[in-house]
Design a protein around this ligand. Sequence first.
Ligand SMILES: Nc1nc2c(ncn2[C@@H]2O[C@H](COP(=O)(O)OP(=O)(O)O)[C@@H](O)[C@H]2O)c(=O)[nH]1
Ligand SMILES: [Mg+2]
Length: 323
Amino acid sequence: MIGNRSEVRSSEVHSSEAHSTEVRSSEVHSSVVRSGNELAGCELDRVLAGDPPSGPTHRSLTADPRVGQVIDEIVTRHGRRLTLAVVGREGAGRDTMARALRERLAVTALGPGEGPEVLADVDLWVYVLVGAVRTADRKALSQLPSDRAIVVLGKTDCLADLDAARKAAAAASAEVGHQVTPVSALFACADVTTDEWDFLRELANGGAQMPSMAGHFLVGEAGSRECTMRTSLLRRIDHFGIDLALGLLANDPDSVPDAGALNALLHSISGMRALTPAITDRVGRVRYWREVQARAALERCASLGVGREVMERLLRVDEVRIR
Ligand SMILES: Nc1nc2c(ncn2[C@@H]2O[C@H](COP(=O)(O)OP(=O)(O)O)[C@@H](O)[C@H]2O)c(=O)[nH]1
Ligand SMILES: [Mg+2]
C-alpha cells in the first residue's frame, strides 16, 4: 500500500527494480508436485510426480491404454500450475487484484465470472475486503477453506498513509479472524504511458496540484488531449496516484525520470510483495489437497471398474501424510 506520500524517495524507486516480487512459480510448482520426502516409498507419489523423469512410472503399472490415459489425466491435473481465485463483493476490486497477481507475482489468478469447471482447479482463494467488513464478507469467508484463504484489504491507496492502511488491515483482521494484508491492486497494475507521464510533468511544472475532489481534476473539452489524459490517468492510478506523481515530479523529479520509473514506484508501494510469503506458506496445504483430489479421482475410477487393480495398488497407502 502507499507509504506516507512525502516519504516516498527515489531510492525506493531504484530498490523496487532490484527486488523481485515474483512468486517464482516454477519453485512453487515443483514443490507442489514433488512430495517424495513426505510419502517416501509411496508409488502414488512417484506416479504423480512423473518420476522417473525418463517416463511416467504408471506406464509400468498397466498395459491397458485406457487406464494409462485416465492416470495421465490425473497426473496432468495434479501437476497443473498453482491457481488462485480472487473473490469478494462486487466492486471490491477482484478483477484488478487478479491482474495484479498475474502481473506482479506471475501466478495464475482467476477473477470473478469463472465457471465451476475452471474453479474446480483452484488451489488458493484471495478474498478482497474493501472499506468496513460487512456481513456478506464474513459469510463468504466462512464458506472458503480457511487453510487456503488469503485475505487482503484492497484499495488502500485511498487511505491517508501506510499507518492508516496497517491499522485498517489490523481492525479487519480482528473482525474476520484471518491475517489481512493491505494492498492497492490499482498501484500494482500501474501502467502510465509516456504520453500520460509527459502530461503529468507539464501539470507539475505549471504548479498544478491534485484537487481534493477527484471529479475536479476532470477539466478540458470533451475529446481534447487534456480531457483524454485526465480521464485515463484517473482510471489508471486514481486520485492518490496522481497526487503522488504530481508531488514527486514537482519536488523530486529525479525519482520518476520516466513513465517506467513512476510505474515501478507505484508497483513497489502497492503492498503486493507481502503476498509472496502468504502464498508460499500455503504450498504444503495445496500439495496435501491436490493429493486428496488425486486419490478421490483414483477411487472414482476404481469404483467404476476402470483399472481397478492398478487404482487400488496406487491407493494402498491409505492415508495422505504431510510433513
Ligand atoms: N483506487 C483504487 N481503485 C481500485 C483498486 N482496485 C480496483 N479499483 C477500481 O474499482 C473499480 C472496480 O474494480 P474491479 O477490479 O472491476 O472490481 P470487481 O467488480 O470486484 O471485479 C474499478 O474502477 C477499479 O479501477 C485499487 O486498489 N485502488
Ligand atoms: Mg470487475
